[in-house]
Design a binder for this molecule. Structure first.
Ligand code: SF4
Length: 313
């Protein structure tokens, strides 16, 4: 089996050297409380939802929807807060998913009449008795730069909460998300995507997203506030970097989702079989358990996305 070279690891994954003492291994730390009027959270498992995790989408609703294809592995319900994304990640699949060219997609904007329509849809979900987490977002980043001014994400969270829905934020916006930390409860979740640990690699692939250290510090802050956290290791641009990310973040990450890189020629030069086994071995050694059902993931587990799981045999 080929070993990862130290040169390759250094390019992508310079250690952050976070002092172990600064990390938290017990949670929750802060006493953020769920709204007593809302449904109770599962006290034994902060990540598991206390309601069915396969909510059907409500007919006629388009803003809150059930994702299809590979996105369905991430969430049963999702909502795209903005149109386009100003982070401009090189590997972004969203322009093709939304049938827009990359230049046009990078000029993000608010969605027409979004909050009024969202309120109406959330009301319908509530009337149908559908609860659960809504992932923000697949085809944009909820904490992209545009959100600093528009604050649509904050109002989206407030609307969903008012109608018994929770949120699961997946962002590369780093500390921009801290503005809304006060809205999160232990029934919500906060997640970040990490592809590398060096600023150089991040600027190359995700030029306008928050830098890796900022994202890591932010997820640590959410963890300290008692909010369930997870990290998306997808796309994997460098297997050594992704493994190092696990080592450097596991103390404050409840759950990992591990994928691979698709659609890039450099993906063909990566030994995915080796990476899949190395990631599973590492996560297992750290006490995480593999769960092959994305709808029943719990704290202390990890999920290997189907694209990567195919390489395990
Ligand atoms: S943050 Fe997400 S949606 Fe935005 S450009 Fe990057 S990959 Fe695309």
């Amino acid at each position: 089996m080929k070993l990862y070279s130290t040169q390759e690891a250094a390019r992508w994954a310079t250690p952050l050297c976070l002092p172990r003492s600064s990390l938290t291994s017990l949670r929750p730390i802060a006493g953020r409380k769920a709204d007593p009027k809302r449904r109770p959270m599962n006290q034994l498992n902060m990540f598991a939802q206390s309601q069915p995790v396969k909510p059907a989408s409500v007919k006629g609703c388009t803003l809150i929807y059930t994702p299809r294809g590979r996105a369905r592995e991430y969430a049963a319900l999702a909502c795209n807060v903005y149109r386009g994304c100003d982070h401009q990640c090189i590997y972004c699949y969203a322009p093709s998913a939304t049938q827009r060219n990359r230049d046009d997609f990078a000029i993000s904007s608010t969605r027409k009449d979004f909050l009024r329509k969202l309120e109406k849809e959330a009301t319908k979900y509530q009337a149908a008795g559908i609860t659960g987490r809504v992932l923000l977002s697949f085809t944009c980043d909820p904490y992209q730069h545009l959100d600093v001014r528009e604050q649509i994400t904050r109002r989206t969270i407030q609307i969903l909460h008012r109608h018994d829905l929770n949120v699961e934020v997946l962002t590369k916006g780093g500390s921009r998300a801290l503005r809304d930390l006060d809205l999160f409860t232990p029934e919500d979740a906060f997640a970040t995507t990490l592809t590398c640990l060096t600023d150089t690699a991040s600027r190359e692939w995700e030029p306008y997203a928050a830098l890796p250290n900022d994202r890591i510090e932010t997820i640590r802050r959410f963890h300290q506030a008692g909010i369930p956290t997870w990290v998306s290791l997808e796309p994997v641009l460098s297997p050594p970097a992704s493994l190092e990310i696990i080592r450097q973040t596991h103390s404050f990450v409840d759950l990992f989702k591990v994928g691979k890189l698709n659609y890039y020629s450099m993906a063909q030069g990566i030994d995915w079989h080796q990476f899949a086994h190395a990631a599973i071995a590492l996560l297992t050694s750290l006490g995480y358990k593999r769960n092959a059902d994305p709808d029943t993931l719990q704290s202390g587990q990890f999920y290997v996305k189907r694209d990567l799981a195919r390489h395990l045999a």
